[in-house]
Design a protein around this ligand. Structure first.
Ligand code: 5RP
Length: 251
């Protein structure tokens, strides 16, 4: 399905300027068309560069359907997106039961396990994924993988309490991580800080460990000081990838 045969939305998202952006938009629009039905009242909005196209498509459904809906963000960026689109903002403590959440991913394997947290939002993203009846992932073709770690090389994002980061770095090495690193801000100005005030470690693992992400998730989550792990196992109901040729792959 092409992206040019549907009406433009009124939200200000720049038109895709290259094939990767067009693929993101195609995935996002397809997911909205398939899963954001009229009866969806509480909608979770994920983080990253694919999600603005989700909001764009939701806005294009019109004010009549959107006026009774509430939108729950996974972080600062998605909060801004919701507010800028003049959609009603809520929070997960007011709306712990979400109809559908749509989010991006850094990599997705054939069992729909995902690596997330490239934007350091994976704690809130996982809360909104778990709170939703239906969790849907949208991504461009580069994220479609057989085994996690094949294309996302920087490792599993691990959010940690700041005072525990050095201990957790050591623990991750003991678990087999090949060079876990504290994620630094641009120009190495200091560690990046998540919306929750925590640090993020990127922990690469060998393919053998990545082939069993649920076991790896369980082991990392057991480490004291770890707040959340960017492995989302058996959570997605469906994943849509936009392809370079204008087609969509659904997993
Ligand atoms: C942020 C995320 C994002 O969803 C993930 O990084 C994908 O982003 P993009 O759509 O820009 O590829 O997990 O924590």
């Amino acid at each position: 399905r092409g992206v040019n045969n549907v009406p433009a939305s009124t939200v200000q998202v720049p038109a895709p300027t290259n094939v990767v952006e067009a693929s993101k938009r195609l995935a996002a629009w397809t997911a909205v068309d398939m899963h954001v039905t009229k009866d969806c009242q509480v909608i979770g909005i994920g983080s990253g560069s694919t999600v603005p196209y989700v909001v764009e498509r939701i806005v294009s459904q019109g004010p009549e359907v959107n006026k009774d809906r509430v939108f729950i963000p996974t972080g600062f960026q998605s909060k801004e997106l919701i507010v800028d689109a003049h959609l009603r903002l809520g929070d997960v403590d007011q709306y712990p039961h979400i109809d559908v959440t749509i989010d991006g991913a850094d990599e997705v394997d054939n069992d729909l396990n995902c690596i997330k947290g490239g934007g350091a939002c994976h704690l809130r993203e996982k809360v909104l994924a778990e709170a939703a009846d239906t969790w849907i992932v949208v991504a461009d073709y580069r994220k479609n993988s057989e085994v996690l770690g094949k294309t996302w090389k920087q490792g599993v994002p691990v959010e940690v309490a700041p005072f525990a980061y050095a201990k957790v770095l050591h623990n991750l090495q003991t678990l087999g991580s090949t060079g876990p690193k504290l994620r630094m801000a641009k120009m190495k100005a200091g560690p990046i800080v998540s919306d929750n005030g925590n640090f993020v470690i990127d922990a690469p693992f060998h393919e053998q460990e990545m082939k069993d992400p649920l076991t790896l998730l369980t082991r990392i989550k057991m480490l004291t000081g770890v707040v959340e792990v960017g492995l989302f196992c058996h959570m997605a109901k469906a994943v849509y990838f936009g392809n370079q040729d204008g087609s969509v792959t659904a997993k």
